[in-house]
Design a protein around this ligand. Structure first.
Ligand SMILES: O=P(O)(O)OC[C@H]1O[C@H](OP(=O)(O)OP(=O)(O)O)[C@H](O)[C@@H]1O
Ligand SMILES: O=C(O)c1cc(=O)[nH]c(=O)[nH]1
Ligand SMILES: [Mg+2]
Length: 196
């Protein structure tokens, strides 16, 4: 699937939003990719994740386990794993706490795992996911996401694949342009961000 076809999935689903968004990192942006609008449509999700699975296999070879950061990573992680013939597990957190592998999930010695994210903005969530896997026996060989909106600057600590790389502006909360500041902000994601 080429980058324009991936973007067209988001556009035609109504998942490419404009407004004032508080991102997971605490940064602000006029643009938000509402992945849950995509994931509410299984056929659309299948098309995207099948393409992501093919990209993962081409780069990393055989994968045994897909591990994703909750909540946004769970559906694409599962669907990508289905196309890889791999298991799908996830890390989750209590509000404000670190990601943890729970529910009896593990990455056993001798297995090869990949992190699958929905969207990468700064790479913070994928880095925190990787940190939570320290001590697991298997090898985390890389990371992949549907859309990398960091312009390729998101640092994961692993090779990162994406179906599309975009360079979408975001701003520190104390450096928001006036036209953005004029719009009341909304925070779509699940990470607890302290409010002033
Ligand atoms: O690269 P980053 O700067 O970490 O931003 C991207 C992250 O933001 C979103 O998660 P969020 O924490 O908003 O919660 P969600 O998964 O419940 O949507 C998205 O699912 C990614 O995990
Ligand atoms: O950085 C984020 O929190 C983020 C950006 C985006 O476009 N979509 C999303 O789900 N999260
Ligand atoms: Mg997330």
């Amino acid at each position: 699937m080429n980058p324009e076809a991936v973007l067209e999935e988001f556009r035609s689903a109504g998942a490419l939003l404009q407004g004032h968004f508080i991102l997971s990192s605490g940064r602000r942006s006029p643009t938000f990719l509402q992945k849950m609008t995509i994931f509410s449509d299984p056929a659309r999700t299948e098309r995207l994740c099948k393409a992501l699975a093919a990209t993962i296999t081409a780069r990393f070879g055989k994968i045994d386990i897909v591990v994703s950061p909750a909540i946004g990573g769970i559906v694409p992680g599962y669907e990508t794993a289905r196309h890889l013939g791999a298991k799908a597990i996830f890390v989750e957190r209590d509000p404000g706490g670190p990601f943890e592998l729970r529910r009896g999930f593990s990455i056993p010695q001798g297995t090869r795992a990949v992190i699958v994210e929905d969207i990468v903005t700064t790479g913070l969530s994928a880095r925190e996911c990787l940190a939570s896997l320290k001590g697991q026996g298997g090898e985390i060989v890389g990371a992949a996401c549907l859309i990398d909106r960091s312009g390729g600057r998101g640092e994961i600590g692993l090779p990162l694949l994406s179906l599309v790389t975009l360079d979408i502006p975001d701003y520190a909360p104390d450096a928001i342009p006036p036209e953005l500041a004029a719009i009341p902000p909304v925070k779509p994601g699940s990470r607890a961000i302290p409010t002033k």
